[in-house]
Design a protein around this ligand. Structure first.
Ligand code: HEC
Ligand code: HEC
Length: 207
């Protein structure tokens, strides 16, 4: 008898936590539709090369960036205006909603001529550059901690945010580690990396 009650209690609490997750996603979807989709696109798929996709981006990364914009640790006028209106729970909900959206695969035909830059998997020992895939994963889809998923991201956005890291106008990376790496890249090197990542295809989050 005792066992049966325990089983029912577990089922009930699982149901309640599923229900809460579903409610949180709905709240996130409402915020996205009202305040974010206009620029980031319906379902977080942006149609502007300078505006990042948010679909399939990791919730931890989205929340960290929103907090950074709100504190002006990452500077952008438009995003400051939006982030300052959100509390922690709303950030979490809108982040979870975008993480749950799929970013479609890019056309494989567009990828055939794109070589993998050596920096992706080898780095450059002479210049002290670690391979990008150490943190971003072999397919650009890893999102450990609050590391962003890069696969399929908009080309224009990738290039400009790398330039901001390199010239110090973006400096919200923990310990300055990403700035340290990107400062060592040439403009041509950055462009090749942005082309590579933007063509990597969809970015379903790995389990
Ligand atoms: C007026 C257009 C606009 C609106 C509205 C807007 N964004 Fe943004 N967002 C941008 C642009 C442009 C960037 C890139 C800014 C930069 O370079 O820092 C950005 C960056 C971001 C980033 C960082 C992405 C990354 O890969 O680092 C997040 C997260 C984000 N926005 C979330 C949101 C959320 C959530 C909302 C709604 C509450 C929202 N944005 C509303 C234009 C907008
Ligand atoms: C030591 C781990 C590490 C390595 C190695 C690394 N990154 Fe990152 N990268 C990060 C983290 C963490 C962030 C998020 C920083 C923050 O909180 O804003 C990031 C952010 C970025 C962003 C911004 C993404 C966005 O959506 O705004 C780009 C672009 C990027 N890295 C490209 C690269 C490239 C290209 C390389 C290789 C030359 C590289 N990274 C190597 C950890 C790393």
């Amino acid at each position: 008898m005792q066992k049966k009650y325990t089983y029912q209690a577990v089922c009930l609490s699982l149901f309640i936590s599923f229900q809460t997750y579903a409610d949180d996603l709905v709240s996130g979807q409402i915020i996205a539709a009202k305040s974010c989709d206009r620029c980031h696109g319906e379902f977080g798929i942006s149609d502007d090369t300078d505006t990042p996709h948010l679909a399939s981006q990791s919730v931890n990364y989205i929340v960290k960036q929103l907090k950074d914009y709100k504190l002006k640790a990452r500077k952008d006028k438009n995003m400051y205006k939006r982030a300052k209106k959100l509390n922690d729970e709303q950030m979490q909900n809108v982040g979870a909603w975008y993480e749950s959206q799929l970013l479609p695969e890019t056309n494989p035909a567009l990828r055939v001529n794109i070589k993998t830059p050596a920096l992706i998997n080898k780095g450059d020992v002479d210049r002290g550059i670690p391979p990008c895939d150490l943190c971003h994963g072999k397919d650009g889809k890893t999102s450990i901690g609050s590391t962003p998923v890069l696969a399929g991201q908009q080309f224009g956005y990738l290039l400009s945010t790398m330039e901001y890291f390199a010239d110090g106008s973006r400096s919200n990376d923990p310990g300055g580690a990403v700035q340290g790496i990107l400062k060592k890249l040439s403009d041509v090197g950055m462009e090749a990396l942005a082309i590579y990542y933007s063509h990597l295809g969809g970015r379903e989050i790995e389990e």
